[in-house]
Design a protein around this ligand. Structure first.
Ligand code: FES
Length: 333
């Protein structure tokens, strides 16, 4: 590596920076860098003070966002500021004051000289002739077949990944008339058991048996739902297709509990706004507006389960989900 004087090797003419020619500008830049480092130190000190002085449960109003934890807010701001100022000072220092030289590294040609490449080719041809492979087509053919077939076992091993999914990604165990049970108590539920504003995690009747038979939680991972009761006047829309009986019953809506992003269970419900937040990547669904996504990486609204009541007044599924629940996958409509 050689260090060339400015302007050599057809580079555009080097223009000195202000701080290179004006000592006062250099001093000013030096002070700016120093102050940023000092301010960063103060922000680090503020972090420690906030950590000690802010009670862990204190909240603070954030205009437009409700309230937030004061300790987290102060710690985040002070730590962010401290790191930002160190970065900004380093960049400012490098741009204004560090040596401004252009370094040129000479490179040799990438390819080998023609005579070397010719010699290699000759060597290869001589090797092929000496191997007599051209005169033994049977060996050549069988070798090509063997090499081709050698890849097949890898394809067969794909079977170990499990059975083809079939319809399991598309269907849950919900069926018409199936009772909706409170997840915690496994009891049936009537509309009058739910006050406006209530959210209840629920499962289909018989899920325990299915889980016992299957020996895993797959059925629950797909069929878990939430019942939410809201004032019918606050419902903007549900997913009832035109001409069908309403999927919502007396303001009670039933949605899949599985986030349509990558499948985390939902559970952070904002009663006033009817927003459901996914704790994993903050996708937010508006349950009063057909479960539509209003924020975050999820691309699809939450599937809604059509519900009604049986002759005894208990909530039941009107039918199964009309679309696959959970994350998107290939072949999904
Ligand atoms: S899994 Fe819900 S936002 Fe990612």
């Amino acid at each position: 590596m050689t260090i060339e004087p400015h302007g050599a090797n057809d580079l555009p003419e080097h223009k000195p920076r202000r701080a290179d020619v004006d000592p006062r500008a250099a001093k000013r830049a030096e002070r700016q860098v120093g102050f940023m480092f000092l301010a960063s130190g103060l922000a680090s000190a503020a972090f420690i003070v906030a950590y000690i002085a802010t009670p862990i449960d204190d909240t603070i109003p954030l205009p437009g966002f409700g309230t937030t934890n004061a300790s987290n807010l102060f710690l985040g701001i002070s730590m962010g500021l401290a790191l930002f100022l160190i970065g900004a000072a380093a960049i400012h220092w490098a741009k204004k004051l560090m040596p401004d030289v252009e370094i040129i590294q000479e490179r040799s040609a990438e390819s080998s000289p023609d005579d070397e490449r010719g010699a290699l080719l000759d060597e290869y041809r001589r090797g092929v002739d000496e191997s007599t492979v051209k005169r033994r087509p049977f060996i050549l053919g069988s070798m090509v077949a063997a090499l081709g077939l050698a890849g097949l076992p890898a394809i067969v091993l794909l079977r170990d990944l499990g059975p083809l999914p079939g319809t399991v990604l598309r269907e849950t165990m919900w069926e018409p008339g199936m009772h909706i049970l409170i997840a915690e108590t496994q009891q049936k539920i009537r509309p009058e058991d739910m006050e406006v504003g209530t959210l209840v995690s629920a499962v289909p009747e018989g899920i325990e048996l299915v889980m016992e038979e299957e020996g895993n939680l797959n059925a629950l991972a797909k069929a878990a739902v939430m019942l939410i009761r809201m004032d019918p006047n606050e419902i903007v829309a549900d997913q009832t297709p035109e001409g069908q009986e309403p999927w919502t019953y007396q303001g009670i809506m039933c949605y899949s509990k599985i986030c349509t992003h990558v499948g985390c269970p939902l559970g952070l419900y904002e009663q006033l706004t009817h927003h459901m937040l996914c704790p994993c990547h903050q996708s937010t669904f508006d349950l009063a507006d057909a479960g539509n996504v209003i924020f975050g990486p999820a691309a699809r609204s939450l599937p809604q389960l059509a519900i009604t009541v049986d002759e005894d007044g208990y909530l039941v599924a009107r039918e199964g989900f009309a679309e696959p629940v959970g994350p998107s996958f290939w072949e999904r409509g």
